[in-house]
Design a protein around this ligand. Structure first.
Ligand code: 5GP
Length: 364
């Protein structure tokens, strides 16, 4: 495990509100409990429950959102989540989150994302690079863009790249999905790199989100889709035909879907612990990682919801290494290859390739 922790890693499928520390959730629940706003003992039971079906996971998210959807808390959890990833040597993370409106807290989708950005600026244990570095952006004179949160000498500080993906929740309407895409475009200069489609897969229809996803693509945003989390053959075909830049999960694929996926070379974000804990895959031995890895299909290991599923990126690599017999070299290569599937620009890719090359020397 130690070696999986020290190796540089890239995290491409992490939901902000699923990555919260249990201790923070309990503290927030206790605070609301003390004010008589919730029944703490009931919420504590829900938070600490270990095995959850996919349907139960979405019930838990409803509870989490009650606890977290105010500006200060969104800022706090963003800071903590990024610090937690950096502490296990994640060098690049794409953090995805659903912009939320909460009228009782004066929160709009826009101010929600502002609170997330505030969290990135508040990180103190590591330097956070979240502003795109293209020549075009360098010419902008907005003072907020001038730096990241570099507080010390660059050479002596650890650094993590963070990019944001804005999630469309499957409960949303076409208009609400479009609003999220417009917000992503507006926030591009602050590190929003793409759009994710997530939320309860038992809810909603592909055609509802398609106009917003098409628009996102036309505007040059990258798109990743939760795909095949439940059996839904038609939708899986439609999603693959859309040719997203990446997909997540791919648990309930049939022969035709695998064929289409493999010929398209769409990279797959695989979340081993999440899939096992939600019973989306019967056992680790039966996980589709094996087939995709053996056929050299692009895959990246991710946590999904490190808080909800009590895992970490290092743990996912450790599970892959021990369950599928990968040696150190193969495990390192798996981690390194993820760089090629990130949504950030080529300068970031190049920086990450250099980080992995330096780390590879320690392997020899
Ligand atoms: P948030 O977007 O609020 O930061 O993160 C939590 C949300 O991410 C959930 O409410 C849900 O919409 C989405 N999410 C988290 N984990 C999963 C998952 O395993 N599958 C799907 N489809 N959505 C998820």
């Amino acid at each position: 495990m130690e070696w999986c922790v020290s190796m540089p890693k890239v995290e491409l499928h992490a939901h902000l509100n699923g990555s919260i520390r249990d201790s923070t959730l309990l503290e927030l629940a206790k605070g609301l409990g003390d004010k008589g706003l919730i029944d703490f003992s009931q919420v504590e039971h829900v938070i600490l429950k270990n095995d959850r079906s996919l349907a139960e996971v979405f019930k838990l998210f409803d509870v989490i959102h009650i606890l977290t959807t105010d500006h200060a808390t969104v800022t706090r959890i963003t800071k903590e989540v990024v610090e937690d990833f950096a502490s296990e040597n994640v060098v690049y993370v794409e953090l995805r989150t659903t912009p939320k409106k909460n009228d009782s807290k004066g929160m709009s989708k826009h101010s929600y994302i502002e609170a997330v950005l505030e969290g990135l600026r508040a990180v103190s244990s590591v330097d956070v690079d979240f502003i795109p570095n293209s020549e075009e952006l360098k010419h902008l004179s907005n003072p907020l863009l001038s730096t990241t949160n570099d507080k010390c000498n660059e050479n002596t500080r650890k650094k993590i790249f963070v990019r944001l993906l804005l999630s469309i929740d499957r409960r949303e309407t076409t208009e609400a999905a479009m609003e999220t895409v417009m917000l992503a475009l507006e926030m591009r200069h602050f590190g929003v790199a793409g759009i994710d489609l997530s939320g309860n897969p038992a809810v909603g229809e592909w055609v509802t989100y398609l106009p917003a996803l098409k628009f996102a693509r036309e505007q040059g945003l990258s798109v990743t889709l939760h795909c095949g989390e439940v059996p839904n053959s038609r939708e899986i075909h439609d999603m693959l035909d859309f040719l997203p830049e990446r997909i997540g999960h791919a648990c309930f694929f049939e022969e035709d879907h695998w064929r289409k996926l493999k010929s398209s070379k769409i990279p797959v974000e695989l979340c081993l612990t999440s899939n096992i804990r939600t019973l989306s895959v019967p056992s680790i031995d039966a996980h589709h990682f094996v087939d995709l890895y053996n056929s050299k299909h692009p895959v990246v290991l991710c946590t999904d919801d490190s808080g909800v599923f009590s895992t970490s990126v290092s743990n996912e690599y450790k599970i892959a290494a021990s369950s599928f017999g990968l040696g150190r070299k193969e495990t390192f290569e798996l981690s390194k290859n993820a760089v090629e599937f990130i949504f950030a620009d080529n300068t970031v890719k190049e920086d990450l390739r250099n980080i992995f090359s330096s780390a590879a020397k320690n392997l020899e």
